[in-house]
Design a protein around this ligand. Structure first.
Ligand code: DGI
Ligand code: FE
Ligand code: FE
Length: 191
């Protein structure tokens, strides 16, 4: 898809604040793609559409999860986790985006998953570190992203898991699978 057209669609579907976040994620993701040698065109499209379903109402998201036959255990987790999988299905179904790497990057951008591709990892990290994010620990992840993308992704997951535990929230298995996979492949020594 043409980038201009993609930007137009995204702007029409999102609130101003969310659209601006999306543009910052796109710029951050392009910088990471240049640094780590990922395809700029795929990363750009994935970033532009990653939050495409974010401003949908909860009931609409629920209806789409059912009609697209997404895994129904999704509905047992916080509705914050619904917009990625739904956006992946909408762009495939309505916008004829077929690239699997792009669709996976959109689908898994909130939780991550085991064995993420370079494009998936870039979108995951860019969404976490875009310049207006102010999570505790985000500055360490920003620094790490300049040195080692996978370490940055692991650190972002670790922070998210800590944050969710502090809130007594449920944690989606893919968040743990992503963390475990990176921890094993990076070779962090268990104590
Ligand atoms: O859509 P964004 O706000 O740009 O960012 P996002 O899609 O990464 O969503 C972030 C939110 O998702 C944040 O509040 C933490 C939450 N989150 C991430 N992983 C999990 C999770 N929430 C639950 N309950 N479980 C998870 O595994
Ligand atoms: Fe999101
Ligand atoms: Fe986002």
């Amino acid at each position: 898809m043409d980038i201009e057209k993609a930007i137009e669609l995204v702007e029409a579907n999102l609130t101003k604040g969310r659209f601006e976040h999306t543009l910052r994620v796109k710029d951050t993701a392009i910088q990471l793609a240049e640094q780590y040698g990922a395809p700029i065109d795929l990363v750009t499209i994935a970033a532009l559409f990653h939050d495409y379903a974010k401003d949908m109402d909860k009931n609409e998201l629920r209806r789409l999860i059912i009609s697209y036959a997404l895994p129904d255990d999704l509905l047992e987790y916080h509705h914050e986790l619904w917009h990625g999988p739904v956006a992946a299905k909408i762009v495939e179904d309505q916008l004829q985006i077929t690239n699997e790497d792009v669709l996976n990057a959109i689908y898994y951008h909130t939780t991550g998953r085991a064995n993420m591709s370079l494009v998936e990892t870039i979108i995951f990290v860019a969404d976490y570190i875009e310049p207006k994010r102010s999570f505790p620990g985000v500055e360490d992840v920003r620094k790490e992203a300049k040195q080692d993308l996978h370490n940055a992704a692991r650190r972002a997951l670790k922070n998210t898991i800590h944050h969710l535990l502090d809130k007594d929230a449920t944690i989606h298995p893919n968040t743990f699978f992503a963390y475990n996979h990176l921890t094993k492949t990076i070779g962090v020594k268990e104590v």
